[in-house]
Design a protein around this ligand. Structure first.
Ligand code: NAD
Length: 350
């Protein structure tokens, strides 16, 4: 059957490399900016501020996860007080979220320097929280004009943050492959992202300052983010959004726990897509493979670990997925080879 589709890639300008932070002033000027509000995680602010020189007229260091509107209001006061005409953000998805929230309210252009693998920097999507409720909107005004990926900014990201953040990226690519509006260009990008994450994440976890592995992971995260921008996300993203908003759970960790469980649930509905995921990961079963990857790298595998009580999940569907995620049950598509090996070794000892 002929697959019809519409493909309209997001027009973000992407600068990728090592040491690319030095391009930030030129990128601001290219957008017509001359008065920069720097939104930053304190740790990286100095490097970016130094590269921007006297273009910086104000700084705001208070970005928080899930983009609370009261934080945006404070940053907006700073932006207006300084008459800033461009936002430069350096940090993870939380910092990017604040830059987007400012841009959609004022129309100022954005230059984003990501330090995690969240992928928000290439999407026209903004999630904001107000009174404990998270709402999401999509608009071309939200999409950052320019993204500068500088692998050097990611070298000090701790493994405990790297693993969940990379699985967050993996989730964008996995859900793109069974999206109702999937298309061949996005499929190819998603598979490339999955292969990159499968190869680079264990290498980064073994040696966090391995520049080549970090670069491959960052490149894969960009590709995964562009899938998130291009096609609709499914059950996994919906559940993570709901859980994150309702229980204020950490974003990337929630994705990490939920992804293998949702993949197992989707196996009957989207067997072909998940077979392609398994092939790209180099494992016999996609869901079990992701679970094993996370576990082997010390990432979270249960909602219980994230501090949730089982009863708080009552009423959230599909209940079977939530129960498995709460307990951290390994999806049993293919037997756990390492556990089996351990059993065999133990039987020799008997
Ligand atoms: P985050 O930005 O909160 O960063 C996670 C943690 O890592 C924080 O404690 C941060 O201080 C720390 N950190 C970041 N970079 C670091 C570095 N280089 N070294 C050391 N520590 C570092 O979390 P995130 O997972 O990057 O992003 C989550 C947020 O992004 C959520 O609010 C989520 O909703 C949003 N998001 C939005 C989209 C979208 O398209 N709209 C996509 C993905 C995520």
């Amino acid at each position: 059957m002929t697959r019809g589709f519409v493909h309209s890639p997001a027009p973000t300008r992407v600068v990728f490399g090592a040491g690319t932070v030095t391009a930030v002033a030129e990128e601001v000027r290219r957008l017509g900016g001359s008065r920069v509000l720097l939104v930053a995680r304190a740790r990286h602010a100095e490097r970016v501020a130094a590269a921007l020189g006297d273009l910086v007229v104000a700084r705001f260091d208070g970005a928080r996860m899930h983009t609370p509107v009261e934080v945006t209001a404070q940053a907006l006061d700073v932006l207006k007080g300084a008459a800033a005409d461009c936002v430069v953000a350096v940090g993870g998805g939380s910092t990017t979220g604040l830059a987007k929230a400012l841009a959609v309210r004022t129309g100022v252009p954005q230059v984003i320097l990501p330090t995690t693998y969240a992928g928000s920097e290439v999407t026209p999507v903004l999630g904001e929280t107000e009174n404990g409720r998270k709402t999401t909107r999509r608009s071309p005004d939200i999409l950052p004009e320019t993204v500068i990926y500088d692998v050097d900014l990611t070298l000090d990201l701790p493994v405990s943050i790297t693993v969940p953040s990379a699985v967050n990226a993996l989730a964008h690519a996995v859900e793109a492959l069974y999206a109702p509006d999937a298309n061949p260009a996005v499929d190819a990008v998603a598979l490339q992202a999955i292969r990159g994450i499968a190869r680079a994440l264990p290498a980064v976890a073994a040696n966090p300052s391995d520049v080549d592995a970090r670069a491959e992971l960052l490149e894969a995260a960009w590709l995964a983010g562009s899938c998130l921008a291009a096609v609709s996300m499914g059950l996994h993203h919906k559940l993570c959004h709901q859980l994150g908003g309702q229980f204020d759970l950490p974003h990337a960790e929630t994705h990490t726990v939920m992804l293998p469980q949702v993949m197992a649930y989707k196996q009957n509905e989207a067997p072909e897509a998940l077979a392609r995921v398994a092939e790209a990961l180099g494992v016999p079963d996609a869901a079990a493979g992701v679970f094993d990857l996370v576990r082997s790298l010390g990432g979270p595998t249960s909602l219980r670990e994230l501090g949730l009580t089982e009863s708080s999940l009552d009423g959230i569907e599909p209940a079977s997925v939530l129960r498995a995620a709460w307990a951290g049950v390994r999806p049993d598509g293919v037997p756990d080879v390492s556990a089996l090996t351990a059993q065999v070794i133990a039987s020799f000892d008997d």
